[in-house]
Design a protein around this ligand. Structure first.
Ligand code: ADP
Ligand code: ASP
Ligand code: MG
Length: 455
């Protein structure tokens, strides 16, 4: 069996879905478990709907709900105009899901109160809509396809908007659901991103979480491979939206891919690698708009050569600088500091320490108010905003002669606030002003990957 995950752009409209269905058709011999995201931009729309509802903005909420319904009804017609009974079935499903959402959102509007649990219900609707339409389309086109509700098998804790998977339960439930949905069918389909607690409360895996769903399912069914179908030709030497002349990386290790994803490369959800590593399942990153392309394969490190693979970045991070003379010659200070981060569930990326100072970087999407308040009880705390983090990633980069020179040479005029090289020797990261980011990343990429400008 294989897992095939299709992201938002691969299911954005009828042409994209038609391409996706033919890609799946080409894999039927390998018994695909298909995982789909919401149509491109639909999850963003659902976030807007939940925000507007929380503000009791009824007119705007209704307008957005109308757009959601008409986009999906229109899509069902575009895809299945020649098979009216399947088109009808898809429209009935879309209307059922949208009717339920309308009344749920109506209740949120009336109360003006939005819990994380309610938000999880709203933002997961996109995946239910897309998976139902694509399932009907596959059946309409002669691929008999069984439907699975991710909430019956992707089990998490009660962190409603970023559920922590319970891998033991997932490994029990997924194989049962897959084999029963497969009975008599050529393929099965389910929603990415969507999950639930053991007692059925709705949760989601966090933004971009469909990759993670695919990998969890792959782990649970011991898949031969996990395919992540997206809108770029594989994992590249940098984000092609920011940097010109990026190259496709043919092979990359699990560790390198995990570091890239953790340090900003949006092509994979940061936690995607972990479940695949557990069962040593190769992950392919492929382009649904160029299905013949080779893409990238992510494998065990022993198959991968040393060397720089990519430059990733996080555009908007915060640097928290903690100063205290109590740090000097005392043990337990670091423990006290990091306990505060842990209790408040704020995750730290880079750390650097000196005699009386600790600096850490955190993603700006996290709320650090409580952390700062609690640290301020025993230390002076300064937060630097508008900073970016750049990471040069590759296996054993510590062994590369001249790496520091090559990385920092293009940054001669740039102020560097922090430098950190992980003990894993896979990652060299540093912090610069946000205003310098794009230029810096382009220059470093040129220097490291475009041979003519090297040395
Ligand atoms: P999907 O909807 O398929 O999940 P995403 O938008 O989440 O797609 O991820 C694909 C995007 O990731 C690409 O369009 C690209 O801009 C971005 N990206 C960032 N870094 C990289 C990288 N190193 N290699 C390839 N793509 C990258
Ligand atoms: N639809 C979700 C999102 O946009 C999950 C995903 O696409 O991976 O975040
Ligand atoms: Mg994604």
């Amino acid at each position: 069996m294989i897992v095939m995950k299709f992201g938002g752009t691969s299911v954005a409209n009828s042409e994209a879905i038609s391409r996706t269905v033919s890609i799946i058709r080409g894999r039927l011999g390998q018994k695909p478990v298909v995982v789909v995201s919401a149509l491109s931009k639909v999850t963003d729309l659902l976030y807007r709907i939940s925000d507007q509802a929380a503000m009791r903005n009824t007119a705007e909420t209704e307008k957005l709900l109308g757009q959601l319904r008409s986009r999906h009804i229109g899509l069902a017609h575009d895809l299945m105009s020649e098979t009216p009974s399947f088109c009808h079935e898809a429209c009935v499903k879309v209307n059922e899901i949208c009717d339920k959402l309308d009344s749920f959102v109506g209740a949120v509007c009336a109360l003006g109160e939005l819990s994380d649990r309610s938000k999880a219900v709203i933002i997961s609707t996109g995946e239910y809509l897309s998976s139902n339409i694509i399932c009907c389309t596959m059946n309409a086109r002669g691929i008999s396809t069984g439907f699975m509700d991710a909430r019956s098998m992707i089990i998490t804790d009660r962190e409603y908007l970023k559920g922590e998977p319970d891998t033991d339960s997932i490994c029990v439930k997924v194989p049962v659901a897959v084999s029963s949905a497969y009975a008599g069918n050529d393929a099965v389909i389910t929603q990415g991103f969507v999950s639930a607690t053991l007692d059925g409360e709705p949760t989601v895996l966090g933004r971009g979480g469909s990759d993670y769903s695919a990998s969890l399912i792959g782990m649970a069914i011991d898949a031969e491979v996990i395919e992540i179908w997206t809108d770029v030709d594989g994992v590249r030497t940098a984000d092609p939206r920011t940097v010109e002349n990026t190259k496709c990386i043919e092979k990359i290790s699990f560790e390198e891919a995990a570091e890239m994803a953790h340090f900003g490369a949006k092509v994979l959800h940061p936690l995607t690698i972990e479940p695949a590593v557990k069962k040593n399942i190769p992950i392919y990153v492929l382009n649904s708009m160029n299905p013949e392309g080779k893409g990238t394969v992510i494998l065990q490190s022993s198959f991968i050569e040393d060397g720089v693979k990519s430059v990733s970045f996080k555009e908007n991070i915060l640097v928290i600088n903690i100063f205290s003379t109590k740090m000097i010659n005392t043990s337990g200070f670091l423990k006290k500091v990091f306990e505060i981060f842990s209790i408040n569930k704020v995750s730290v990326d880079l750390i650097s320490t000196s005699e009386a100072n600790i600096s850490v970087t955190v993603d700006s999407s996290q709320n650090i108010d409580k952390v700062v308040e609690q640290l301020s009880e025993f230390a002076d705390v300064y937060v630097d905003r508008d900073k970016s983090q750049v990471s040069v990633i590759g296996k054993n980069i510590i062994n590369l002669k001249g790496l520091l020179r090559q990385t920092f040479a293009p940054l001669a005029e740039c102020k560097i606030y922090m430098i950190s090289q992980g003990a894993s020797y896979v990652n060299l990261s540093f912090v610069i002003d946000r205003s310098e980011l794009k230029d810096a990343v382009r220059q470093i990429h040129k220097y490291l990957f475009e041979n003519e400008s090297r040395n």
